[in-house]
Design a protein around this ligand. Structure first.
Ligand code: HEM
Length: 499
């Protein structure tokens, strides 16, 4: 299309330039405006090939030249029908190009907020600064636009990416139904979920860490991936290797990072992820049946917070020994009752629920939620960011130790804290796993790992920097170290069995 337009313009542009040049080269006499009444006086100015003196450019010369070029070009064009048509096409094409350029520049203005009340307004597509005025875009479009990178990377079509309100509602119902099925008593309920998770983790540590060393994030990824595939897709975890689960996790991670990158660098392709999923028994042709529609929101969120919670409750030097026994009691009998039961004793006693809440506060897996809005009273669309991670660490809400993992803060959590706590989003699209399944699942997975791993038997070190680079180093986790919510490419949590 661009080439055709360019070709259309080229002859016209060349006529324009050619006429201008021709006229300029033969232009040796111009008539400047006389200052003496109405009489005009011709003066001689050097021609372009005048060798002995420089051409004299008067201020009026470029305008007269332009006027002449226009006259020269347009008069013959307007004199005949095809010329008139060509001029008309030129004008239309220029107008189209101009309009396209201006709309292209209509990049949304970004705004980021960490105030919890404002974050909630953003999640609900309401004006964030209390002005009247509604969003011109539908709620679905506002949510779908920032998530299009996921469509390109994973070919998904789900509630996060659709512009179709009816399909969005249908997808939500499907997700609610899937969660209900996973926890249903005829499939064994939470006891069965815990049994499967424990078997997967036990197999992993029996078979995969033969060298007594591993990257903690990767271990959590493999076990979480196998648990999610087993729960939501009934893929038997014994029918494929941990290496295959790791490869699926790695491809998801690569595609996800690639979709965020602005360099367009291609290192992973979707087809290899698809064939890995096919090999474990998942196949599809329609993007609405893509298993990643559910796998992504479930797996990507769970493994992140489980890994951080595990570090806090097992490996932080200040970790309370009571937390481990709480987790042990819970995994032996995983019910909503044991999950929220506060250990008897002192007033700093907590529950597994508080351990999980504190991990979700400090390390929310969905760190930021985006909406592309266009309010009626604004000229430009805006990209609004609800910075959940920042909202969860605000000093005036959580106190001076807001960067510390302190589950006991939930014993006396006030309304301000409860309002600011949004790990599962808010409003009409609050995560369907928020009321029960998500927190319980985190508890089950953390308790599963805590059964196998202990600080007495395993040492955890943070490795940072590229291998061989100047900033390469290794750190022992102490109480002052503030952890990142997300996995950084140049860091790894190195888990080594103590000899
Ligand atoms: C730690 C666990 C989880 C966290 C922190 C989390 C977080 C979130 C957040 C923040 C949203 C809202 C996104 C938005 O407003 O744009 C959301 C939505 C959603 N989550 Fe989760 N999620 C978790 C687990 C799960 C699991 C296990 C599932 C499995 C089914 C799931 C399925 C969904 C779905 C389907 C939606 C979209 C709801 C809708 O469109 O109405 N999530 N989640």
């Amino acid at each position: 299309m661009h080439c055709v337009l360019l070709l259309l313009q080229l002859p016209l542009a060349s006529i324009f330039v050619w006429n201008g040049l021709k006229r300029a080269s033969s232009y040796d006499r111009i008539k400047p405006h006389s200052h003496q009444g109405n009489s005009h006086r011709s003066i001689t100015v050097p021609t372009l090939d005048h060798r002995h003196s420089l051409p004299m450019l008067t201020p009026t010369m470029p305008f007269s030249l332009l006027k002449h070029c226009f006259a020269k070009l347009l008069t013959p064009l307007l004199d005949n029908r095809s010329g008139f048509l060509a001029a008309f096409v030129l004008i239309c094409v220029s107008a189209w190009l101009f309009q396209r350029r201006t709309t292209r520049q209509k990049k949304p203005t970004p705004h980021r907020f960490s105030n919890s009340a404002t974050c909630l307004k953003i999640l609900q597509n309401l004006p964030y600064d209390d002005r009247p005025g509604t969003n011109k875009l539908s709620h679905e479009v506002s949510r779908a636009i920032p998530n299009q990178r996921l469509v390109r990377a994973f070919q998904i079509d789900n509630g996060f990416t659709t512009r179709d309100a009816a399909y969005g509602r249908q997808f939500r119902r499907q997700a609610v139904q899937a969660i209900r099925q996973v926890t249903s008593t005829n499939r064994g309920g939470w006891n069965q979920i815990a049994t499967v998770a424990r078997e997967i983790a036990a197999t992993y540590f029996r078979e995969s860490t033969s060298d007594d060393r591993g990257d903690l994030d990767l271990i959590v990824q493999v076990v979480t991936m196998k648990a999610v595939l087993s729960m939501f897709f009934e893929v038997d975890a014994t029918t494929y290797t941990d290496a295959a689960a790791f490869e699926i996790a790695r491809r998801i991670n690569l595609l996800s990072m690639q979709s965020k990158s602005t360099t367009g660098h291609q290192s992973a392709d979707f087809s290899s992820l698809k064939s890995l999923l096919q090999r474990v028994g998942l196949d599809w042709t329609d993007s609405k049946d893509n298993p990643l529609n559910i796998l992504l929101p479930a797996y990507e969120t769970l493994w992140r917070v489980v890994a951080r919670c595990l570090i806090e409750v097992v490996f932080r030097p200040s970790a309370n020994t009571q937390w481990r026994s709480l987790l042990q009691t819970f995994i032996a009998n995983p019910t909503p009752g044991t999950f929220s039961q506060i250990a008897p004793g002192g007033d700093t006693n907590v529950s597994v629920e508080f351990l999980v809440h504190e991990a979700l506060r400090l390390y929310p897996p969905t760190r930021r939620i985006y909406r592309h809005v266009h309010f009626q009273d604004k000229q430009m669309p805006e990209l609004l960011t609800a910075d959940i991670e920042a909202a969860h660490r605000q000093l005036h809400v959580w106190g001076v130790d807001s960067h510390r993992y302190r589950p006991a803060r939930w014993i006396v959590a006030d309304q301000k804290m409860r309002d600011a706590f949004m790990p599962f989003g808010g409003g009409e699209w609050i995560c369907p796993a928020s009321s029960g399944f998500g927190p319980m699942m985190i508890g089950v997975l953390v308790a599963t790992f805590a059964e196998i791993l202990s600080a007495e038997d395993w040492e955890l070190r943070l490795l940072r920097g590229e291998e061989g680079s100047e900033d390469e180093g290794s750190w022992i986790l102490d109480d002052e170290m503030v952890l990142e919510s997300d996995r950084r490419e140049d860091t790894a949590w190195d888990l080594v069995r103590r000899s």
